[in-house]
Design a binder for this molecule. Structure first.
Ligand code: 6PG
Length: 240
């Protein structure tokens, strides 16, 4: 089920719309709480949004009140070209006046991913308190087989209903990752799915066809947040 879908001619216009939509979300959170929590997605699609935040929106947002988290991370060093943190650092974080303590990178250099997951959960607990995190803005992408964050079809992590962060082995490179779990992701106040490219058309069509009341066969379809869910698609992914 894809309800609130907005379709754009290309990923540039999709990213401009996402940046524009993000302003009201961020400003509302900053007004209400004096801070805003944004959970970033990895992969390639969000890079253009991150670049817009760092350029066209550099002087439009209260960066010192924004805290960045990650929905998932590849278990590689932050210098590795596969790192989601490195992608955000290069496109945005290194260009903006964001206090270092506002950037909550997933720890991926501990010997045991299990320890890293526990450590990141402690980071979330320290920031959000006892209640599970409720990000003001969660960015997500979709893989061709329907994964989101690093929750892949058939993963036992899809049934995790207590832990907020888990280590996972996935059928993608690199296989070792950390991911937030559905209970956390679904507490987000605003979720933007950013999906671009003809290679996503088939999974978008399959998600669209699923009955609203069914449990989705795809992890991306299991994202049913308490808050607002917006799909931003380019024409190539949305199909006819
Ligand atoms: C990751 C992402 C992942 C991503 C999808 C889509 O670590 O790879 O978090 O969930 O959003 O794989 O990636 P693209 O935007 O590159 O298509």
């Amino acid at each position: 089920m894809i309800e609130d879908a907005r379709i754009f001619p290309d990923v540039h216009l999709l990213s401009q719309a996402a940046a524009h939509e993000s302003v009201s979300v961020i400003e509302a959170a900053a007004r209400e709480k004096g801070l805003c929590s944004i959970c970033l997605s990895g992969g390639t699609t969000p890079a253009k949004l991150y670049t817009l935040w760092a350029t066209a929106y550099r002087d439009k947002l209260p960066w010192n009140q924004i805290h960045f988290f990650w929905g998932d991370e590849r278990y590689v060093s932050p210098e590795n070209s596969l790192s989601n943190y490195r992608m955000a650092l290069g496109t945005m974080l290194c260009l903006l006046p964001i206090p270092a303590q506002n950037v909550h990178r997933m720890p991926t250099t501990l010997p045991l991913p299990e320890d890293a997951a526990e450590k990141y959960e402690a980071v979330l607990r320290e920031f959000f308190g006892k209640q599970p995190p409720a990000f003001d803005l969660l960015l997500l992408g979709v893989g061709e087989e329907g994964h989101t964050a690093s929750l892949f079809p058939g993963s036992p992590a899809l049934n995790e209903n207590k832990r907020w962060v888990v280590p996972v082995r996935v059928p993608a490179e690199p296989p070792q990752r950390l991911t937030l779990t559905l209970p956390v992701l679904n507490r987000s106040r605003n979720v933007f799915f950013l999906v671009a490219g003809a290679n996503k058309r088939q999974v978008i069509e399959a998600l669209r066809k699923e009955p609203a009341e069914s449990v989705s066969a795809y992890p991306a379809g299991r994202i049913r947040p308490q808050g607002r869910l917006t799909w931003l698609l380019d024409q190539a992914a949305a199909g006819s």
